[in-house]
Design a protein around this ligand. Sequence first.
Ligand code: FES
Length: 99
Amino acid sequence: MTTLTIMPSATVMAVEEGDNLLAAMLASGARVGHKCDGGAACGQCHLFVLEGRKGLSKTTREENEILDTIVGVGSKSRLPCRVTILGTEDVTVEVLSFV
Ligand code: FES
């Protein structure tokens, strides 16, 4: 078990290996845009990983293709609907869109 911290609300929650990052965030009550419900089509869930990148699954080609269509993408960008928590280190993310 590792810890997920969601900024800017500073919500801290326990997560397990294999958890989907977006699902974990929504379960915590975080307000994250997810118009396509995790289909990697809308880009609304875009966030920055501030710490613990190695605690998350690697970026896939599909995720990169969607990220390439979003304004404001940087080296810390991920789509949490495409990310699996590996459980190897604590993770901190910054939500960029709100619903
Ligand atoms: S929920 Fe639509 S891309 Fe992640």
